[in-house]
Design a protein around this ligand. Structure first.
Ligand SMILES: *Cc1c(COP(=O)(O)O)cnc(C)c1O
Length: 464
């Protein structure tokens, strides 16, 4: 296309929700009360919330219209069949089970499929996925491709698995213990980077050769399809839906958190080919989530999801979302802050370690930048650095830092406009003008598990 006009998003706004603007003093007090942990802030203290893209998107008029006719029958509801037909047509899996969110699907699949002592290999396990593999008594092992470790490289598919490493593991002494290969698309744990069709095909063929089940963690299946279409030769003429269907077709099944590309606040899905595995997962589902035609969801949720699965693969929607994230990345880079390259779709990752060289990893530069974004502009985001991923001793001192000090800006779907993003970039620009003003933090108290949710901190210096 040679038309130089920038196309607007393929929707206009019908329902709005006010957002608060607190004064600088109010923000400082709110952060202090929250123990300097943005997870403890109240939503009504936040101006732009980029903490997560999970369940935070806007629904469409068509989704709400469908929800109004949701069928709440206990078993065999109309809404289930609408959702099932939509998901079956998209994924091609003969067996589908609804769950209330992604991690419920992980728990049911892993406790049914994996035996204690087995290994699950992934390009990168998402944090709840990692936890559910271990709760099933198995070991979660990540094999990201080497290109993923260079934050500045433009390699188009940094979400790929390390194929040589995978083959070495399957053929080596640990091979017989590998119970599952799970590909996360896109790779949320590693910079929102996509996985190429070529990599997925190679994984499928290795798994067939070694007789190991191959599953997808497909939370962002549509965004991954869009990035294959834009970046991988041979797919420019495919629709995102065709690409997604082809990807699902390579695997033996999937678990999906539909809080992302289901364009809904809640929901998840297990897709399976194997009859026996399906029967065992279904029994587990009925015991723990609900009957197999609702799986912990209301009929109106299933309706929103069925419609969401259609809307999320629309090329105009995906094009606008990808362009909007890429524009935010450009604005942030021009404001003097580096982001993990190339920009993905659902989130941007700020290189806080590079912006704040005066802070050592033990002073948590990613967390410091996240707090500065709140103090300067009421913007909430998540640290992905040593506070989240480092090891910390009993005196709360950092023992092993994370490989990078990053901050994730997650982009809710269809929620914020370009003006909100300009505001985020301006706020970052103000911080980047005098980065040495950003103070480090120390931990005051922390729970032993899932530290980032409940940790409390205090700023260093000036009496800290
Ligand atoms: C969100 C997410 C999950 C977990 O899903 P929930 O709906 O939050 O339980 C699993 N894997 C990936 C890649 C995710 O992004």
């Amino acid at each position: 296309m040679s038309d130089p006009r920038r196309l607007p998003p393929p929707y206009r706004i019908k329902v709005v929700e006010p957002i608060p603007f607190l004064s600088a003093e109010e923000r400082a007090r709110a952060l202090d009360d929250a123990g300097h942990n943005p997870f403890n802030l109240r939503a009504d203290q936040i101006t732009v919330d980029l903490l997560s893209d999970s369940g935070t998107g806007a629904t469409s008029a068509a989704q709400e219209a469908a929800a109004a006719v949701g069928d709440e029958s206990y078993a065999g509801a109309r809404s289930w069949f609408r959702f099932r037909d939509e998901a079956a047509d998209l994924t091609g899996y003969p067996h589908l089970l609804p769950v209330h969110q992604g991690r419920a699907g992980e728990r049911i699949l892993f406790t049914t499929l994996l035996k204690p002592g087995q290994i699950c290999i992934s390009n990168t396990h998402f944090d709840t996925t990692h936890a559910n593999v271990e709760l099933a008594g198995a070991e979660a092992r990540d094999l990201p491709c080497p290109e993923a470790l260079d934050l500045d490289s433009d390699f188009p598919f940094k979400g790929d698995i390390d194929l040589a490493g995978l083959e070495r593991t399957l053929a080596g002494p640990d091979g017989p213990r590998v119970g599952l290969v799970l590909m996360t698309i896109t790779n949320n744990g590693l910079g929102a980077q996509p996985v190429s069709m070529a990599n997925l095909e190679a994984v499928a063929s290795l798994c067939r050769r070694f007789g190991v089940p191959f599953f997808l963690d497909g939370a962002r299946f549509a965004e991954n399809a869009w990035l294959i279409r834009s970046r991988e030769p041979g797919y420019a003429d495919w629709t995102p839906r065709q690409i997604a269907t082809r990807v699902f077709g390579l695997a033996d099944g999937c678990v999906i958190s539909l809080k992302k590309d289901g364009l809904s606040a809640i929901g998840g899905l297990i897709g399976l080919r194997d009859d026996d595995l399906f029967a065992r997962c279904e029994a587990n589902l009925i015991a723990t989530e609900g009957f197999s035609t609702y799986g912990g969801l209301a009929g109106h949720d299933l309706e929103r999801l069925a419609q969401g699965l259609r809307e999320v693969v629309e090329p105009a929607y995906l094009a606008a979302r990808a362009a909007s994230t890429a524009r935010l990345a450009r604005m942030i880079n021009e404001a003097g802050v580096d982001t993990v390259q190339p920009a993905g779709i659902h989130a941007l990752y700020l290189n806080a370690g590079r912006l704040l060289p005066h802070l050592s990893p033990a002073e948590f530069p990613g967390h410091s930048l996240g707090c500065a974004l709140y103090l300067e502009g009421g913007i909430r985001c998540a640290e992905l650095g040593s506070l989240y991923l480092g090891t910390i001793d009993e005196q709360y001192r950092l023992v092993t830092p994370a490989p990078f000090e990053l901050v994730r800006l997650a982009i809710p779907r269809r929620v914020y406009t370009e003006e909100h993003f300009a505001y985020v970039a301006d706020t970052l620009g103000a911080i980047a003008k005098e980065p040495e003003r950003v103070r480090g933090y120390r931990i005051v108290s922390t729970p032993p598990l899932l530290r980032h949710f409940k940790v409390r901190l205090a700023p260093l210096g000036a009496g800290g």
